[in-house]
Design a protein around this ligand. Sequence first.
Ligand code: PGA
Ligand code: ZN
Length: 403
Amino acid sequence: MFVKKVVPSFVKNSRREKSIQIEFFTYEGRFKVSAPSGKSKGKTEVVSYNSNGIAGSMRMLKSFCPTLKHKNFIVKKIDDLKQITDLMRKFETKKNKFGGNVNYAMEGAFLKAAAADNGKELWEFINDDVNGGAKPKMPMPVGNCIGGGLHSKTINGKKPDFQEFLLIPREKTFSRAVTLNLRAYRLAKRLLGARKTNDENSWMTDKSNEEVLGILKSVAKKYKLRIGIDLAASTFYKNGYYNYKNKNLIRDRVDQADYVEKLTKKFDIFYLEDGMDEGDFSGFKQILDGIEKVKKSKTLIIGDDLTTTNLKLVRRAVNSKSINALIVKPNQIGSILEVKQVVEFCKKKNIIMIFSHRSGETMDDTLADYCVGFGGQFIKAGIFGRERLIKLKRVMDIEKRLK
Ligand code: PGA
Ligand code: ZN
């Protein structure tokens, strides 16, 4: 792969914040990837940018990218990424790092260019490497329908404490699943009487967690969907207590685990993300144990802030039986090589993988290629809004190609 040039630039994300885009120019074309940004981030995520912020990362890129000009890389598999990551690590100093979001954009653009050099699309290049080219199974979408927590503003001074109320179809095709989520999303608007959407284009409301779950349940029933929640529990946890505002009360960790179990049973929740604080592996385990005992159908007990796509934490969570499913957000760890190791580990241990967007998203659809290529069972990329739909559409395009 002969690199003509590599160009860094700023792009705006869905929150109108600046993000980094990297563009590779080769004889096969132009290949660009931009990075998303989280708001309810896990404590153990890598730092997104240089210690001088995004401007510091850009200054580094302005001197690093020209050094890639006219370089020739031989890239046949994902592990060959090392050629670019080694150069990046060598360029960094102890104090001056690119940051996880820059790594994400650089590695993605490099991989897309490399895939094209091999006559493949990115998902294909990855799938050939990690799944030996077997025909991939399409993921199902996990769609954020109603929002609360850090991603939402209050309505009449209130909002749900839980961050995301999700819809999860079970359909033969991805495109049908996306259509159903969109219909359900419109019905939810009506039932809630909602008018405004939040960071991820889910509906904002003044209703309580349980009122919202009731509405979500009836929407799901109409379209035969499953439901889920991302509590993002760390965002309302402080000094040993979960501080609920809507309705106003405090739960300690034992109460919290009991409450989450009770909700899961009552509303037949299929998908449960970050039900406990991000450091509380044994709390997650208590929920998983408890739910397995009382509920016949499977519930996914999912780590996001708990595990931050970090192999060490994923191992700890899986080996201690704290989770049976995992959020994969490549920019949490800022290394596709580590994502690959996480994926291999999850496959070995039968852990369900949900490839996920961030609340601040760009017009980039690389997440879809990662999900299909690595073999994620679910893709969490919202329901509506251009930054969300572009990813869903990319999965639909791949699905069409595979028919
Ligand atoms: P974030 O949240 O992208 O704002 O970190 C998303 C999530 O918690 O799943
Ligand atoms: Zn989450």
